[in-house]
Design a protein around this ligand. Structure first.
Ligand SMILES: [Zn+2]
Length: 162
């Protein structure tokens, strides 16, 4: 049985891991593609193009316009959405998972939680995962760590200087 009527796998992440939602995209990729499409069309000179998309509500949009930060917000959100889409591709990749990949994921997670003091804890993690785990086990660990990064909420880091 085909994954969907016209597609045999998600045209973005390239797998059948999640069910088809629309236009050749799975449950995970579709909402992100939709968000990307809406935000890409944001045009500061045309207020009606500024369609609301989570996590941005109408109040936030109004504030962004007032403070002249809508372009920064657009750029920042597009970057985050593209990065999540990219992580879904890695999540489903069949590549070998070596210890260094896991160590790097730990560093990324430390960075997004702003907990840099913990990054030392993961030094040498690569060796530990190479010696004590096989590739299948490392893949499970890798997927769990990727999920932490993927499930991160979108944020606007432009408010500090508003
Ligand atoms: Zn997908």
């Amino acid at each position: 049985m085909n994954w969907s009527r016209y597609y045999d796998k998600c045209t973005h992440c390239g797998t059948e891991e999640w069910k088809h939602i629309g236009k050749g995209f799975c449950k995970k990729c579709y909402p992100l593609m939709k968000k990307l499409e809406i935000i890409e069309k944001w045009d500061t000179s045309n207020i009606s193009s500024l369609k609301v998309v989570k996590p941005i509500n109408i109040k936030a949009i109004t504030l962004l316009i007032k403070s002249n930060k809508i372009e920064n917000a657009k750029e920042s959100l597009l970057k985050q959405i593209r990065s999540q889409l990219h992580l879904y591709k890695i999540y489903n990749s069949d590549d070998t998972v070596d210890g260094i990949k896991i160590e790097n994921l730990f560093y990324s997670i430390s960075r997004i939680t702003n907990n840099l003091s913990t990054s030392n804890v993961f030094r040498e993690a690569a060796n530990r995962y190479n010696y004590n785990f096989n590739n299948d086990q490392r893949r499970i660990i890798c997927k769990d760590l990727l999920m932490i990064l993927i499930n991160r909420r979108f944020y606007l880091n432009i408010w500090q200087d508003v």
